[in-house]
Ligand binder design. Sequence first.
Ligand code: C2E
Ligand code: CA
Ligand code: CA
Ligand code: CA
Length: 280
Amino acid sequence: ATLIILSLSGLLTLLGHAFFNWRTSLHIDIQRGIDRREFVGFYQPIVNSQSGEWLGAELLVRWLQPNNKIISPAEFIPTAEQSGQINKITLQLLERAASEKEKINSISPDCYLSINVTASMIANESYVDSLIEMINTHHSLQTNVTLEFTERETFANIEISALQTGMQKLREVGVRWALDDFGTGYAGLSTLQALSFDILKIDRTFVASSVTDAVTHSIIGNIAQMGHKLQCSLVAEGVETIEQAKRVAQLGIQSSQGFYFDRPMPFEDFFTKLESMLYH
Ligand code: C2E
Ligand code: CA
Ligand code: CA
Ligand code: CA
């Protein structure tokens, strides 16, 4: 009888653990989110640094849970990247973006969309093929779409030649390439040249201290110069104040993104605002 009781309690403990793991493992919740299509892109305008005119938008993922809670990427992107679930999420975002872009095109066809991917995705041949298939089936994605990936992800485990191939294949269906968080990462100048980005997005840490800190001031100047040398168009990220906006424009950084101009917003708000700017 003791034996039975012991093994019963062992079994209960086991079940308890299993239940606990089931409750707490984020990737299972993410999977349910994917199945229910709860991941949506918020739109943050990218503007002309001189005039403030909207040039495009970056799509930033949000997890809209059934209880109306909005979960930000910091809470699930690391897990989703580790598990590979980000691949599915990105395809869902693109599919949704295709119909939203169609609406944007109907009023402002030059407005571009920039979507976050990872370098590992682009070094993965079959995933690149699924991106190309998505683009080929949605006319609206065939122009003015930029893909950006961060320099923060170490390129050490990625074959640069595979990345180059993936980028090239996507260029052929119209994609432009942006390097995210420029200045913070590991990519050397030779890698940057080999990948030939169209756009460099200057990380917000440089923008933030560009006004107050003489050292950063000259760093951002150097970064801007390097960008011009690489013949890339530049975007300043995280512009929060009018002083930063002015500094960025002075340095010849063509585009800006940040709370000073606009916060990321749901598509409906973005579209309404775009419409009112065009017709007023
Ligand atoms: P990121 O790609 O560098 O995106 C910019 C982040 O800075 C966004 O945070 C944005 O809301 C925030 N931001 C914009 N303007 C300002 C500003 O003026 N000041 C400050 N302090 N922050 C500003 P968010 O939306 O929380 O995204 C965080 C990160 O999550 C992104 O950084 C990106 O690395 C990742 N992420 C977002 N969406 C996706 C996605 O669809 N796929 C992947 N793989 N990663 C994503
Ligand atoms: Ca980004
Ligand atoms: Ca960034
Ligand atoms: Ca960004």
